[in-house]
Design a protein around this ligand. Structure first.
Ligand SMILES: *Cc1c(COP(=O)(O)O)cnc(C)c1O
Ligand code: SF4
Length: 481
């Protein structure tokens, strides 16, 4: 009998523990044998969260102390809602040429302006053209590309799948509950630019205000459909709901027996995390809904939207840490954007930093076909390449799935699951058998990233229909074989 087999199970457990857990200041235990070279320090960059009083580099915030800057009321009061105010705040910070370019960019942009001081302070204004946060919120005229000819407003067809305004019932068991039409900031690339924010010069929007009457109709619809187990509360953005509205929405939906899962969707943690530290009433309302859900055996979560590691600071860690301590789990959805997060490094750093603050990366979306944002879109091939890199860089549950939200209402498809993808024309064809059986859905890569031959074909209008027919035909052949 060997020595090990004579040990009690308690002793064995101790052995296992000391083998697994490095014991600090314990001279008798040897460091594990090196089986691989030490890591490059850059591998751990995801742990370096921005801290200190960095915002004071922005002249307009130079005199603002930490207690003031990290108060959500101050952030909201000082949120910039006019392009002219924004540009004024940047004068002396960014170059004159950049400011003129941005002024013209705003003039032609269909999106409303709303930028928090926090976001503004995170941009590297010495290098605004390359900055990943600037690119998401401030358009420049010089980088503008023509829209893809196949782009349509509300490309996801959310309105055609809506039995009640603002309630999209596309998938068998889940629905999207668009509770309101405002957000703490407005993103250039927003899929819901058909509804979110005030009307712009170029667009008249669908009204999805947080009205009691509309909510009642949506509750009644959810209650009438026993198959609906999963409700996504989005908008707009739940950050802008009052605490009482969070409670009302949560309680009403939790009280419907067949509703088993709910997610509140908010970009707030990425753009105004201060709310998590100073808006106690709102945080308590959310935690209250999560707790009531748990008591009922129902799963309530927060879904958020970070696109770049620079959006995660020490303030984010503290704010989301508060939710984590209170038992609120958080998942993240990212929009893949050219010049923002379309590199292996950016995606890997983001996934690791999210994991570091206990947020699970859930999806990375292929950029939807949204007006005026062609320069932010990239190809399906890029998404496939990035997915290959990110997988393996973090735990499996911290690895996002790269998806295309199929234009025309096919729902989310994993990016590499196309039936056919023509790299020359940039047309990918998807099917969604459990969502819209028998239908095919098309996504179009931005034309400026196509090979010369593909660009030439798109330049001829008569070719458009032919390219699409060709792609559909190959897809159908592949599918029957
Ligand atoms: C994204 C989405 C959902 C939720 O889908 P998951 O894949 O479960 O995250 C539900 N309804 C609509 C209309 C959606 O766009
Ligand atoms: S916060 Fe979300 S809904 Fe609001 S503008 Fe940004 S992407 Fe659109």
């Amino acid at each position: 009998m060997s020595a090990a087999t004579r040990r009690t199970s308690g002793e064995l457990e101790m052995m296992v523990m000391t083998e697994r857990l490095p014991v600090v200041n314990e001279g008798s235990i040897e460091a594990p044998r090196k089986v691989r070279p030490p890591v490059e320090p850059s591998t751990l960059a995801h742990r370096d969260l921005r801290d200190g009083e960095w915002w004071q580099a922005v002249p307009a915030f130079a005199g603002v102390d930490a207690a003031t800057f990290h108060d959500h009321r101050w952030q909201m009061k000082n949120t910039i809602t006019k392009a002219s105010d924004l540009l004024e705040k940047l004068s002396g910070l960014a170059s004159e040429a950049f400011l003129a370019d941005a002024a013209e960019g705003f003039r032609i942009a269909p999106m409303a302006v709303r930028v928090s001081p926090y976001l503004l302070s995170l941009v590297d204004w010495k290098n605004p053209y390359e900055d990943p946060i600037r690119r998401q919120f401030l358009p420049t005229a010089s980088s503008r590309l023509p829209d893809h000819p196949k782009l349509t407003f509300d490309s996801l067809g959310e309105q055609s799948d809506a039995p009640v305004p603002g309630l999209t019932h596309r998938y068998p068991d889940k629905a999207l509950f668009l509770a309101l039409d405002t957000c703490p900031v407005y993103c250039r690339f927003c899929t819901r630019s058909y509804a979110v924010g005030p009307d712009q010069e170029m667009v008249e929007k669908v009204s999805l205000k947080a009205s009691p009457k509309r909510w009642e109709e949506m509750f009644a619809y959810v209650a009438s459909r026993p198959e609906l187990e999963d409700i996504v509360i989005s908008g707009g953005d739940a950050w802008n709901l009052r605490a009482a509205q969070i409670r009302e929405l949560g309680d009403r939906l939790l009280s419907i027996d067949h509703v088993r899962r709910m997610r509140f969707a908010s970009k707030g943690p990425a753009v105004l995390p201060q709310k998590l530290l100073t808006d106690d009433e709102w945080v308590e309302a959310l935690v209250g809904v999560v707790d009531r859900g748990r008591a009922l055996g129902k799963d309530v979560m927060l879904h958020t939207h970070f696109n770049h590691a620079n959006e995660i600071t020490e303030v984010t860690r503290r704010g989301l840490g508060r939710l984590f301590q209170a038992g609120v789990f958080v998942r993240n959805q990212t929009v893949l954007q050219r010049g923002v997060n379309d590199t292996e490094e950016a995606q890997t750093l983001l996934a690791r930093r999210l994991a570091w603050i206990n947020v699970h990366p859930y999806y990375v979306y292929q950029h939807d076909m949204v007006k005026g944002t062609e320069e932010l879109r990239t190809t399906v091939a890029t998404a496939e390449r990035l997915e290959k890199w990110v997988r393996g860089a973090a735990a499996g549950f911290n690895t996002p799935t790269f998806v295309v939200d199929a234009p025309g209402g096919g729902g989310k498809r994993t990016v590499h699951s196309y039936e056919y993808y023509d790299h020359l024309t940039g047309i990918s064809v998807y099917s969604a058998p459990s969502v819209k059986p028998g239908q095919l859905f098309l996504y179009f890569d931005p034309i400026d990233l196509l090979p010369e031959e593909g660009r030439a074909r798109w330049a001829v209008e008569a070719e458009h229909g032919k390219m699409i027919d060709e792609a559909l035909e190959v897809a159908r052949e592949v599918m029957v074989s």
